[in-house]
Design a protein around this ligand. Sequence first.
Ligand code: ATP
Length: 214
Amino acid sequence: MNDKAQQRIGLFGGTFDPVHFGHLRPAIELAEGFALDHLRLLPNHRPVHRDKPTATTEQRIAMLELAIDSQPELLVDSREAMRDKPSYTFDTLTEFRAEFPQASLIFFMGLDAYSEFDTWHRWQDILELANLVVIDRPDAQLSDWSANLLNVQQQKHGDRVVDSPFGVIERREVTQLAISATEIRHCIATRQSIDFLLPDCVKQYIVTHKLYQQ
Ligand code: ATP
């Protein structure tokens, strides 16, 4: 555990519908690799009427909690998911900055998400609040725009998130697992196996609650 001034908190946002090993293995590698005090998995808010069939917010949180049960360095933070309206990463990071004024905040995202970072609400301000670590994902490419932003930020703030409180964008390799929640939902709907794509406890939850069947 780092002392308060050097506390390092990781944040990993997503829909997690459902959580799978493509989220969990990188999460562990990142928590270890950056010596994080903890890494928070942040399920986002999702309107109930979108993208049916889909798990409810409570079910997505329940599956995350089951998945990380034996991993003390991983936490589920449901503040975004439980809001009654969509919320922005900028607002969430502002809250974290107020809660942990001295900590280094590291926001993790897959390369596919980072390639669309310029569409995020107040993305420039996000870079004033936290560092970003972009993890590779099979088949995802760095767009010209996002490669350029990475270079600009590294010239201003350096290339190692551990040396700066905010502003750095660093790429980090993790074990590549070509798994997506879309593929898992498709397998269930077409009655194919989802073994070895996600933890057994999450699979059991999906079976018990008859999720993603249509
Ligand atoms: P969907 O298929 O429903 O879009 P997903 O599998 O991409 O879902 P999300 O919950 O949308 O999962 O992803 C949350 C975060 O995890 C994003 O930053 C995404 O890039 C990253 N991520 C998801 N799957 C992987 C994977 N297999 N490898 C690396 N990063 C991943």
